[in-house]
Write a protein that binds this ligand. Structure first.
Ligand code: SF4
Length: 278
């Protein structure tokens, strides 16, 4: 039987790519949450991950490079009843789109961002990104990367995100659980997914040997300082799971209280705007 969230299109990622596990885990999460495809909007950016919108039968928007979060914010403000989920890559979210991440986090926009973090530009055949470790040889760093990598978990925590998690594409059941928790969270949720790019930077065995689950070691996700300490752990052991989770009013709750009701409740006439841009 066809999965209710599948478009039926055959995915064309490289065989063994971590994107397959992310797609399967995401569909499992939607199914277990009982969300209807028409209640969900998924947005994807530019990169190999961008095809997620082709394979999901939810509402979908494949946007321009790095602009997943502004679009997700606009959609949520226009219709707060929708479940809005953005997919982005490390090149998309942490390079060209980085300016949007801290602001979505501090505003606490009620959307989920899932980052396919393969630490390489895969679609353009293997160049360095902001999360590529030091020393890695890529097509743009043939003698080894010399740039200190960005820490997405630490960045999200310090920007005020109310849900911060890391998953691994090699742990698909755990990933589906993380997606469910993130989507159910009221506020800005980010899941940075360690996603091996088997063609240009295959980290599968590296992470398989090192990842451990925070919840197995009694980590308290309500403890911000403990989350910061765990965010700095990267070496022989790499934590996955929920680093931090808290609640505070969402952006749309606060903003829509002050302004006009959302567009879906009180439609606006866009004819003049349309003529202006035509
Ligand atoms: Fe996946 Fe890498 Fe192939 Fe892109 S290039 S589909 S990220 S394995």
């Amino acid at each position: 039987m066809k999965n209710p969230y599948s478009t039926g299109r055959k995915a064309v990622w490289c065989p063994g790519c971590g994107n397959y596990a992310i797609l399967a885990a995401f569909k499992k999460a939607l199914q277990e949450l009982g969300l209807k495809p028409w209640e969900v909007v998924v947005i994807s950016g530019i990169g190999c991950h961008g095809r997620m919108t082709d394979y999901l039968s939810t509402n979908g928007f494949h946007t321009i490079h790095g602009r997943v979060l502004p679009l997700a914010t606009g959609i949520k403000l226009a219709n707060p009843k929708l479940t809005v989920i953005g997919f982005s890559g490390d090149g998309d979210a942490y390079a060209i789109g980085l300016g949007h991440l801290p602001h979505a986090a501090r505003r606490n926009v009620n959307v989920t961002l899932i980052v396919h973090d393969n630490m390489i530009f895969g679609l353009t055949t293997g160049q360095v990104t902001p999360t590529t470790p030091i020393g890695v040889r890529t097509r743009s760093t043939p003698k080894g990367n010399v740039e200190h990598p960005l820490n997405p978990v630490l960045l999200a925590l310090s920007s005020g995100a109310t849900f911060v998690a890391r998953g691994f594409a090699g742990e698909p059941s755990h990933l589906a659980w993380l997606f469910k928790e993130a989507i159910s969270h009221k506020g800005f949720a980010i899941v940075d997914v360690l996603q091996p790019c088997v063609t240009f930077y295959n980290t599968y065995q590296y992470f398989k040997k090192r990842v451990y689950k925070l919840e197995d070691e009694g980590h308290d996700p309500s403890n911000y300082e403990a989350a910061l300490r765990k965010a700095l752990e990267w070496g022989d052991r790499i934590p996955i799971g929920i680093f931090y989770k808290t609640t505070r009013p969402t952006y749309e709750e606060l903003l829509l209280k002050q302004k006009e009701p959302p567009v879906v409740v009180k439609p606006v006439d866009v004819t003049k705007l349309y003529r202006y841009f035509r």
